[in-house]
Design a protein around this ligand. Structure first.
Ligand SMILES: Nc1ncnc2c1ncn2[C@@H]1O[C@H](COP(=O)(O)OP(=O)(O)OP(=O)(O)O)[C@@H](O)[C@H]1O
Ligand SMILES: [Mg+2]
Length: 326
């Protein structure tokens, strides 16, 4: 039996801005279990980051509003609806960065340029534990070493602007795991890095996940990145999960036309065939969409697809697909 850690139950969410109302998330149903790894994949703007930020309430409320559903965090065996808590109240503050933590795409947006690596880490550790300054420093250096930061005790005294991109990302990982979280969201952790460093950082995230036995949600627009990293994949399109299954099922037996198109658009080194890009583009976030979110770009579209949203249907082995034709 797998223990549930975080559940999204029929979640719908909107942004209300002066330009209008978005339909950012629709009918999101997703369970993250203890220790598992999940990849969230989809094109820009499909709701990946919002999904990750929602449980730790890192979104601009009340511009952002959950209009339906629940996000349940299982804490000490008890379900807790994170959406009912105060955004910056003690309950959320005790989860954010401690039990659920996050690695961001751009480390400089979450690391302070005016404090040393050490003082930022120490503050975070002391906030979430009863360690004193000296103990927190020793722990921070230990965690930097875990994140394979060379000369960890020197880097502890460095400012983040003194570090290379890859090293900043390692520091970010060290910060994210410093309080021993149960769940780590890694939101496009390597897109700003060159490919060799990217592979090292992904390897590091995977090692750390195993060592700490924490759950991992890896977010990327690149299906090839998650292929060797995660147990399960959820494919997002325009705020809907269109397919969810084991990594094997998604890659070897994709059922949704969007997933198939994503797989076809992965470049391979030895292929002589031309790449098949996905036709069309993602519509304006304020546009009103009826029917299947993918209908405007789908080659198998029927009249029904243009008027009705397909339900999220379970197939064998827990493989779920949102498509009338699957
Ligand atoms: N601060 C905001 N104000 C208004 N709308 C927003 C805001 N942040 C996100 N959105 C809306 O939510 C949608 C999903 O955004 P999100 O950041 O989750 O996309 P994403 O899948 O992470 O994309 P990317 O791959 O570019 O990071 C966007 O298309 C946009 O309409
Ligand atoms: Mg994003």
């Amino acid at each position: 039996m797998r223990n549930k850690l975080l559940e999204y139950k029929n979640v719908a969410a909107r942004f209300h801005t002066i330009e209008g109302t978005t339909s950012t998330l629709n009918d999101i149903d997703l369970t993250i279990y203890e220790g598992m790894s999940l990849g969230i994949v989809g094109e820009s703007g499909c709701g990946k980051s919002v999904t990750a930020r929602m449980p730790i309430r890192l979104l601009p409320e009340p511009t952002f509003k959950v209009t339906h559903g629940e996000v349940i965090y299982h804490r000490d065996g008890k379900p807790f609806d994170v959406l009912k808590a105060k955004q910056n109240g003690t309950q959320i503050n005790s989860i954010r960065g401690k039990e659920i933590s996050m690695i961001f795409q751009e480390p400089m947006s979450s690391l302070s340029p005016i404090h040393t690596v050490g003082s930022q880490m120490r503050e975070l550790i002391m906030q979430h534990s009863d360690m004193d300054k000296k103990q927190a420093k020793a722990h921070a250096i230990e965690v930097l070493e875990k994140a394979r930061v060379p000369r960890a005790s020197d880097v502890y005294d460095d400012y983040t602007f003194q570090l290379s991109g890859g090293m900043r990302q390692r520091v970010m990982i060290a910060m994210a795991i410093s309080c021993n979280p149960r769940l780590l969201f890694a939101d496009e952790p390597t897109t700003a890095l060159d490919v060799t460093i990217q592979a090292q950082i992904l390897g590091l995230i995977k090692d750390v996940q195993r060592e700490q036995n924490m759950a991992l949600v890896l977010i990327t627009h690149d299906l090839a990145v998650v292929a060797n990293m995660v147990d399960e994949i959820a494919v997002f399109y325009l705020g809907y999960i269109v397919e969810h299954g084991t990594t094997d099922d998604i890659l070897k037996n994709p059922k949704h036309p969007y997933t198939k198109a994503l797989i076809d658009s992965i470049p391979t080194l030895h292929s002589t065939e031309a790449l098949k890009p996905i036709k069309g583009s993602i519509p304006d976030p304020y546009a009103k969409i009826t029917g299947c979110p993918f209908s405007a770009r789908c080659e198998k579209v029927t009249t029904r697809c243009r008027v009705e949203v397909p339900p999220f249907v379970s197939h064998e082995n827990g493989h779920k697909v949102r498509c009338f034709e699957a």
